[in-house]
Design a protein around this ligand. Sequence first.
Ligand code: MN
Length: 231
Amino acid sequence: MIGVSAYAEQARWAAWDVPASVVPQRYLDKVLAAGGVPVILPAVADISGALPRLDGLLLVGGGDVDPVRYGALPHAKTGRVFPARDVAELALLHGALELGLPILGICRGLQLLNVALGGTLHQHVPDVVGHGGHSGGEGTFARHDVHLRAGSGLARALNRTTLDVPSLHHQAIDRLGTGLMATAWSDDGLIEAAELDGHPFTVGVQWHPEADEDVALFAALVAAADTAVVH
Ligand code: MN
């Protein structure tokens, strides 16, 4: 059973236009395809109480983490900040780390993992790398290569060291959080993945494996969830 953190959004369907907890279906389908059972976790304050009944945690993409969480003032391009979602997902992350639950963070999920462990973010990647190649624009994936650290959990899970990935982000890891090891980089030197030393499976990737065919990363999460000894 893999808990999947939800977006907190105003959503429209049928006659409704209401606050809603939503997860893009492709994340759920990938967990299913990898042999897991996805369980949607809404952005409510005490949701971490669900963790003892779960076997793994998937933190999905979304808007920017509130810069106050890593002691920075907001950049002009920082946006779609949802403090309630930050609170809920940070509680999930800290709880999962304490319990030893396997964790996969995707895009915002990686950034949140880094912030939870005391790291900081680049608030606008084009300012850092001088190009816009990490995003295809609103709602569109760019593609670029990433290079994985040989011998990392990520390289073992994906069984390769170079990968062409769908990318849609304007923020990225700046200073790494405590215990995190960078395990992938883009050609321009951005950190594209990180893993937690000494934890059975805590992996974050800056790209979007849910938008590609390969389920290997989700399968690695589900395999870790199958074998995890939860405290
Ligand atoms: Mn990228």
